[in-house]
Design a protein around this ligand. Structure first.
Ligand SMILES: [Zn+2]
Ligand SMILES: [Zn+2]
Length: 253
């Protein structure tokens, strides 16, 4: 139309494509191929219709289509650096295109990424393992940065998890999970090996501190459950080792 139309923000202008308009409804100017000199500087048919038209024409005349492809290939062979030069000269344009494309297709891209991650779970974990092995200093730095305060805030959970890991390594039957404190309270802070009081204030690795003792040792086929654990001084627990015949075992049976 006239120059006034050029000052309108493209996002505010909606046009009907002469082909798909009745079904698709109005579309923004960005959906139409550029055509300088035409109203709004765009063609009457939208990009999607143009692509369909082109595909139909190519299918109807495969020889002409092949000739066109050959010509393009020859042209690029004669101008080998053209693409690189164009890309180098349009870095910002390409970046902006990427930003716009990702913004317009955010959900589809996310879905595609989730799908890829789900179907490549093994690949991803292999990659992560390899990366961790190749960059041990990064893991150490992360631990030093994050671990101490997190550990301090979650100590009982850390201890419980470490024990479960140890038990799993021993192939021990883990029938229940519980906090140490629950067992200490149940046994009223009395060591079930020497039957002396356990001082609540003593902490690991103090030999007098509280520890969890498996009545039937895991090594002898005992399982990890409330019924098979008692409170014991660390020193009493470690001196017992995996031996049999302690008083509380007889008590249990
Ligand atoms: Zn259209
Ligand atoms: Zn004891």
């Amino acid at each position: 139309m006239d120059a006034q139309d050029d000052t309108t923000e493209p996002s505010e202008v909606l046009l009907l494509c002469t082909q798909c308009g009745p079904t698709k409804g109005p579309q923004p100017l960005s959906a139409f191929p550029k055509a300088p000199g035409r109203p709004y500087g765009v063609r009457k048919t939208c990009k999607a219709c143009k692509a369909l038209d082109r595909a139909a024409k190519n299918a109807a005349n495969p020889e002409k289509h092949q000739a066109k492809l050959d010509y393009i290939r020859q042209w690029h062979a004669a101008h080998p650096t053209y693409n690189q030069e164009w890309e180098a000269a349009h870095v910002e344009h390409r970046q902006q295109w990427g930003i716009d494309y990702r913004a317009a297709n955010k959900e589809a891209l996310q879905e595609s990424m989730h799908g890829w991650r789900a179907s490549h779970a093994g690949h991803i974990s292999e990659y992560n393992k390899q990366y961790a092995a190749d960059h041990p200093e990064e893991g150490r730095a992360r631990n030093q940065r994050n671990y101490p305060p997190y550990y301090a805030a979650n100590k009982p959970a850390f201890i419980a998890r470490a024990r479960l890991r140890r038990l799993r390594l021993l192939n021990a039957p883990v029938l229940e999970t519980f906090r140490d404190e629950e067992i200490f309270e149940r046994d009223k802070w009395i060591c079930q090996i020497c039957f002396e009081k356990v001082n609540k204030k003593l902490k690991w690795p103090d030999p007098g501190s509280a520890s969890i003792d498996h009545v039937i040792p895991i090594a002898k086929g005992g399982s990890h459950c409330r019924q098979n654990v008692v409170l014991a001084h660390r020193i009493c627990n470690s001196s017992k080792g995996a031996r049999n015949g302690t008083p509380q075992q007889q008590r249990l049976f």
